[in-house]
Design a protein around this ligand. Structure first.
Ligand SMILES: CC(C)(COP(=O)(O)OP(=O)(O)OC[C@H]1O[C@@H](n2cnc3c(N)ncnc32)[C@H](O)[C@@H]1O)[C@@H](O)C(=O)NCCC(=O)NCCS
Ligand SMILES: Nc1ncnc2c1ncn2[C@@H]1O[C@H](COP(=O)(O)OP(=O)(O)OP(=O)(O)O)[C@@H](O)[C@H]1O
Length: 236
């Protein structure tokens, strides 16, 4: 099975690409959804957040006030790092177990949609990195429209991530999303065909003979982790 890391800047169109892939029956593991699950009422994650940020980040029903927490962490790097240190380990574990489930089901490809794939270092552990790109100005316009936010709020979120121009340096495939949704669909089809063609039949061998699959995956990942200290050269 090939694990494909899907990333991009905020509002560049990752979820739109994910939805398109999902409609083609490709399994998607969405880090934003997992990040919501690990802070549901009653979880250790939510208790840790309340310990650090105080109960003012809770709504009346005891759930997390996401807008309020967002307004705190996107303008304060120290607090953002603290929140990341609470949520990211739990999300990484959940991603791992979801990948194992996909492999057991005998999937050919599984997409891991992680906004902070590059920043968090997870890019080293996936078979392919796909970055959804659009210009910073389009990113801001889409973000303000989608979240009904001001330019300042949108810029604060955008500036809390590695600039998209740097993320593309890590990409095996770049999906350019500055045009229409129709153009985006065409690029998704093209990228998927490319990945499937590269994959060939090796995924079947890996699934039928698990030791072969585990050994080949471990050796490829260890090689990538050891060799890739900086961004790889773009291949497409
Ligand atoms: C601060 C929170 C509560 C705001 O919630 P909100 O519903 O407004 O946003 P949502 O979770 O839908 O995230 C929207 C986008 O914001 C960006 N984003 C979210 N968290 C971060 C972060 N810590 N650093 C940089 N960008 C982030 C991502 O591009 C994400 O796709 C929430 O984003 C959160 O819990 N963030 C920390 C967890 C995290 O890093 N999630 C990203 C994937 S693991
Ligand atoms: N090609 C496009 N043309 C017009 N609007 C688009 C296009 N692609 C995406 N959008 C819109 O831009 C907004 C951001 O897209 P999307 O939510 O897919 O981004 P994202 O990268 O998943 O964002 P986040 O990082 O917040 O999860 C959405 O409202 C979406 O409908």
């Amino acid at each position: 099975m090939l694990v494909v890391g899907l990333t991009g800047g905020i509002a560049t169109g990752k979820s739109t690409v994910s939805s398109s892939l999902k409609s083609r029956q490709i399994p998607i593991i969405d880090a934003d959804i997992l990040a919501r699950e690990v802070v549901q009422p009653g979880t250790r994650g939510l208790a840790q957040i309340v310990d650090y940020f105080g109960s003012s980040v809770l709504l009346a029903d005891g759930s997390l006030d996401r807008r309020k927490l967002g307004s705190i962490i996107f303008s304060d790097e120290v607090k953002r790092k603290k929140l990341n240190s609470i949520i990211h380990p739990a999300v990484t574990r959940a991603i791992f177990w979801n990948i194992v489930r996909c492999w057991i089901r005998g999937e050919k490809i599984c997409i891991v949609d992680v906004p902070l794939l590059i920043e968090g270092g997870l890019w080293k552990w996936v078979g392919r990195v796909v970055v959804v790109y659009c210009s910073t100005e389009i990113q801001l316009q889409r973000l303000m429209k989608r979240d009904n936010s001001s330019r300042e709020e949108a810029s604060a979120r955008l500036n809390s991530q590695l600039p998209i121009s740097q993320k593309v340096e890590y990409a095996d495939i770049v999906i350019e999303n500055s045009g229409s949704l129709k153009d985006l669909e065409a690029q998704v089809s093209f990228s998927l065909t490319k990945i499937e063609r590269e994959l060939g039949w090796s995924w079947r061998i890996s699934w039928l003979f698990p030791p072969f699959g585990v050994l080949s995956a471990l050796s490829v990942l260890a090689w990538r982790a050891l060799k890739r200290k900086g961004p790889p050269a773009r291949r497409t």
